[in-house]
Design a protein around this ligand. Structure first.
Ligand code: DX5
Ligand code: ZN
Length: 219
């Protein structure tokens, strides 16, 4: 069983891309648990961010677990590149993959933690058959594509639902959330039952990122 505690993963999406090395040290200094890497392809979501080459560069800068969030169509075509680049955890979107079960198997075979993300309009019930195979569920608490958006309050119910299902024995997955996490919203998120929160603009945009992370963790 994966140990459950309050994990926070800064998203480099909100960092200065000209100073990624600095972004990594800011996260490490603050006590980040993982580094969250938002890969956007211009199809699944409108923006394009970065690819496996950037993940590889970040790998060489840090020993933090790399939590790669694929916001791409056809994720099965991309996983090898992102695993070879050094991802420790790979999460793809259920909405982008018909054969999610097969892809989860492929991730496990490659010894990376296997995650599935759902956008706000996808219900938890859509994950029912996959829960026993998942290391992580990523509940999008905003519509993916951009950092700095306000959390959609109704998405918290999905975190609660996933926690209840886990208690009932549906699987042994971590519950992660992504979008609008900050020292202000944190208590609601932990209360709902999240094990991991992605922290983008509220971390890198903070005057003192270490303090912001500490406040959010202890909220
Ligand atoms: C949004 C990305 C998020 C983003 C979160 O599509 O998946 O990881 O970086 O940013 P904040 O924390 O600013 O909402
Ligand atoms: Zn993300």
């Amino acid at each position: 069983m994966t140990e459950r505690k309050r994990r926070i993963a800064p998203s480099v999406l909100a960092a200065n891309f000209a100073e990624l090395g600095q972004a990594v040290s800011i996260a490490e200094k603050a006590g980040a648990d993982w580094l969250h890497l938002d890969v956007m392809d211009g199809n699944f979501v409108p923006p394009i961010t970065f690819g496996a080459q950037t993940v590889q560069a970040l790998r060489s800068l840090s020993s933090l677990p790399l939590d790669t969030h694929l916001m791409t169509v056809h994720p099965a075509q991309h996983i090898d590149a992102f695993i070879e680049a050094g991802s420790d955890r790979v999460t793809f979107h259920l909405e982008a993959e018909i054969h999610a079960h097969r892809l989860l198997g492929a991730l496990k075979e490659r010894k990376v933690a296997a995650g599935v993300a759902i956008v706000p309009s996808t219900p938890v019930s859509a994950l029912k058959e996959l829960l026993p195979y998942l290391d992580q569920v990523l509940v999008m608490t905003v519509n993916p594509g951009w950092g700095g958006q306000a959390m959609i309050p109704s998405t918290l119910k999905k975190i609660e639902e996933l926690a209840a299902l886990r208690t009932a024995g549906a699987g042994d997955y971590l519950i992660a959330m992504d979008g609008g996490f900050s020292p202000k919203t944190a208590s609601k998120i932990w209360e709902a039952g999240a094990d991991m929160a992605v922290m983008g603009s509220a971390f890198y945009g903070a005057e003192d990122p270490s303090k912001a992370m500490k406040e959010a963790r202890e909220a």
